[in-house]
Design a protein around this ligand. Structure first.
Ligand SMILES: *[C@@H]1O[C@H](CO)[C@@H](O)[C@H](O)[C@H]1NC(C)=O
Ligand SMILES: *[C@@H]1O[C@H](CO)[C@@H](O)[C@H](O)[C@H]1NC(C)=O
Ligand SMILES: *[C@@H]1O[C@H](CO)[C@@H](O)[C@H](O)[C@H]1NC(C)=O
Ligand SMILES: *[C@@H]1O[C@H](CO)[C@@H](O)[C@H](O)[C@H]1NC(C)=O
Ligand SMILES: *[C@@H]1O[C@H](CO)[C@@H](O)[C@H](O)[C@H]1NC(C)=O
Ligand SMILES: *[C@@H]1O[C@H](CO)[C@@H](O)[C@H](O)[C@H]1NC(C)=O
Ligand SMILES: *[C@@H]1O[C@H](CO)[C@@H](O)[C@H](O)[C@H]1NC(C)=O
Length: 429
């Protein structure tokens, strides 16, 4: 007998085995966070709509095969977030034990008021507990629409972003500063960098190459000092931050034409390709976000300058136009979760993820956990020929927690006010 999965799940969950943890149906959401620990794709934070936020922590088991529209989510009841937040960034510690959740639009779970009293939360995976780490160093700034990356010495890098100041009108500042959170010493430092500073920017993607170069793509920037002149970043204008030298540089990428975008995602493959997906446009005069073309594109960082391409098969069986989703790479699969569907103007189904196979460059419907044979390793210098190989940084020894089974102040360079159009009294995007 072959029951349709949903019918089977219904019978299983309602009649045979009433279990709210195993039969968990998570709220749809966007602008959330996701990380992979211990073969589990953990999802948390995000917003349901303009006035409702989420606190649940749940996961998809990646140790087993599944069809992309027949998912079993598992709730971790002890993992409920201590605060509502969305547009935050979540970075996993080097030892895979701890999630660092920073920033976002943060609201108190009891009062529903904005609550920026604590800006960094940590989640200890082995014990399923959230806590507020005591950070030394500089004052941690409130930021939203940021993306942190961690280097191989356990330092998280946070670039620019947005800082809401008028919560009623959802207006605030954009930044171009660089802060580092040392997860070994629990120290926050806002770096003092002069020269080649990028334009103030938020809603970009960030990926750190093995060479220690962070690649920032896309987002929203302010190029002119006059008026509310916020524009989308040209996708060929790549910002590079060298974590070895604390130096910025810019690169003009070549290749296929890629629409500028915000609220999109990126993953870095082991062989040096950054795959971007989804997102939306932004226009200063039009509050409506609209879809971008192509939905998926690949930046080859092995070439100098980097080169964009659009895999021809990536348009076949493509997901709809979505933004505010997340993307994680697990072996051969880029896994897209949740987000807002611009085609239907509805949230993505909670019963479905989208799977892109990075080896075949095709959208697929079945997830297979077994890794394909490893490609032969390439050296660091081929990933980024123009940048000399960095000295290997000391690795974290203070963070050797087993998983068991399971510089000076320069806070803002050119802040200017940003009011997101159409978003008055409403943080829908
Ligand atoms: C937001 O979602 C909640 C929960 O589903 C619902 O009760 C509420 O009416 C929604 N609000 C808006 C503005 O859509
Ligand atoms: C952390 O997890 C990744 C896989 O997601 C694995 O490659 C790595 O070895 C793990 N690190 C530690 C210290 O367990
Ligand atoms: C945002 O930045 C402004 C200016 O630096 C500061 O006064 C304000 O407190 C910041 N907002 C939050 C929520 O921290
Ligand atoms: C927020 O912005 C609105 C419109 O500019 C203004 O009327 C209001 O006074 C501002 N509120 C605060 C707290 O600055
Ligand atoms: C806004 O920026 C765009 C892009 O650089 C430019 O073409 C335009 O002239 C600017 N407008 C104003 C009012 O500064
Ligand atoms: C990128 O192109 C612009 C012109 O579009 C040029 O002014 C700039 O020097 C170029 N940057 C690099 C790093 O080649
Ligand atoms: C790459 O390296 C060459 C030779 O060292 C140099 O001339 C060129 O300016 C570099 N390009 C970038 C984008 O750094």
């Amino acid at each position: 007998m072959h029951l349709p999965f949903n019918l089977f799940k219904f019978i299983f969950c309602t009649l045979l085995f009433i279990n709210s943890i195993l039969c968990y149906d998570p709220p749809k959401r966007y602008l959330h966070s996701s990380v992979i620990i211990d073969d589990r794709l953990l999802i948390f934070s995000g917003a349901i709509n303009s006035s409702t936020y989420t606190f649940e922590l749940f996961y998809l088991d990646l140790s087993k095969s599944f069809d992309n529209n027949k998912l079993t989510w598992t709730l971790i009841p002890k993992g409920s977030l201590p605060v509502y937040t969305w547009r935050a960034t979540a970075v996993l510690s080097l030892d895979n034990s701890t999630i660092y959740l920073y920033g976002g639009y943060m609201r108190n779970k009891n009062t529903y008021d904005y609550d920026f009293s604590n800006l960094v939360y940590t989640y200890n995976y082995p014990t399923s507990t959230w806590s507020t780490p005591k950070l030394s160093g500089d004052t941690v700034p409130a930021r939203q629409n940021i993306k942190g990356v961690i280097d191989n010495s356990g330092i998280i890098y946070i670039f620019g972003g947005y800082n809401i100041t008028n919560i009623t009108y959802n207006s605030g500042y954009l930044y171009n500063d660089m802060s580092i959170l040392n997860t070994v010493s629990n120290t926050w430092t806002t770096l003092s960098i002069s020269g080649d500073l990028p334009t103030i920017c938020s809603e970009y993607t960030a990926d750190i190459l093995p060479s220690g170069i962070i690649v920032y793509i896309g987002g929203l920037e302010k190029v002119s000092y006059y008026a509310d002149n916020f524009t989308l970043v040209n996708m060929n204008k790549i910002k590079l931050f060298d974590t070895n030298e604390y130096e910025w540089s810019q690169m003009n990428a070549t290749g296929d034409e890629i629409d500028s975008r915000i609220y999109f995602t990126s993953v870095l493959t082991p062989d040096g390709y950054i795959i971007i997906f989804g997102g939306s446009t932004y226009t200063a005069t039009d509050a409506d976000l609209s879809s971008v073309n192509p939905k998926l594109a690949i930046l080859n960082t092995n070439k100098n300058p980097f080169e964009w391409s659009i895999p021809s098969d990536s348009k076949v069986n493509s997901p709809p136009s979505i933004y505010g989703h997340t993307a994680n790479l697990y072996n051969d699969f880029m896994i897209i979760t949740f987000g807002f569907n611009l085609d239907t103007q509805l949230f993505s189904s909670s019963g479905q993820v989208y799977l892109y196979n990075i080896k075949s460059n095709k959208w697929v419907t079945t997830f297979d956990p077994s890794p394909s044979p490893k490609p032969k390793p390439s050296t660091t210098s081929t990933h980024n020929p123009n940048i000399s190989s960095p000295p290997l940084k000391k690795s974290s020894k203070a963070l050797a927690i087993g998983l068991g089974t399971a510089i000076s102040d320069q806070p803002r360079q050119h802040p200017d006010i940003l009011q997101i159009p159409g978003s008055n009294q409403n943080e829908l995007y």
